[in-house]
Design a protein around this ligand. Structure first.
Ligand code: MN
Length: 222
């Protein structure tokens, strides 16, 4: 029997709508610039050759509604509401969730300027806030979904999911050519236009038709 020098970390889990079993998270893939209007607001054009990705550690995952503090080393924390794909056995699509790709935009901008990786801007503790997963059989199709985000009740982001440059089947096929997708993998599929800063005290709600919402109340930095 393996004996550890300290207890191994437990990976995060996510609740599943209508079930008591939970979803154990493996990897978190994120799609960049998957809505043309968001690419434009960031001063970029969509690359129609192929999608591109960045990743977050599983330890960046936080459940909807969990205690969440404004992160360190940023003065420009942004919200990005996204449709999240949850993969089951054999990497097949298991379900959908609403998620928030929280971003230290100032650190990401500095990384872009120096042509460095985005990790410190994107992959920090709590940066992937994910709502309960709705199994595919009980969810609408992505073509039927629209996605929106409110901050303190005021709408900031709203778009049909069909505005995505790369559709769900296209993303799954492309990623499966790059990785051996496995049960527990999450794919954050990109955000529509309207991203912006949030501050301690703000209450965020991301909604996608037919799915459980994702809620985030930003507490002061500790
Ligand atoms: Mn994003």
């Amino acid at each position: 029997m393996t004996s550890y020098v300290f207890p191994p970390s437990n990976l995060p889990t996510l609740p599943i709508v209508g079930a008591t079993d939970v979803f154990p998270v493996a990897r978190v893939f994120c799609v960049g610039r998957n809505y043309a209007a968001h690419a434009a607001e960031m001063g970029n054009e969509v690359d129609r050759e192929a999608p591109f990705y960045f990743t977050k550690s599983a330890f960046a995952v936080a459940r909807s509604g969990s205690d969440w503090r404004y992160p360190q080393k940023t003065n420009d924390l942004h919200h990005e509401v996204e449709l999240v794909l949850a993969l089951g056995e054999e990497g097949a699509l298991f379900g959908y969730a609403a998620g928030l790709d929280m971003t230290r935009r100032d650190l990401q901008a500095a990384s872009k300027e120096k042509r460095r990786p985005w990790d410190t801007g994107k992959d920090f503790e709590g940066s992937a806030v994910i709502g309960a997963i709705t199994p595919v059989a009980e969810a609408p199709t992505p073509e039927e979904m629209s996605i929106r985000l409110t901050v303190n009740g005021a709408e900031r982001q709203s778009a049909p999911v069909s505005d995505m440059v790369w559709s769900v089947p296209e993303l799954l096929a492309d990623l499966a050519g790059l990785y051996h997708l496995r049960a527990g993998d999450l794919i954050m599929t990109g955000t529509p236009a309207g991203v912006g800063a949030v501050v301690p005290g703000d209450v965020l709600r991301g909604e996608i038709d037919g799915l459980a919402p994702v809620d985030l109340h930003i507490l002061p930095q500790q």
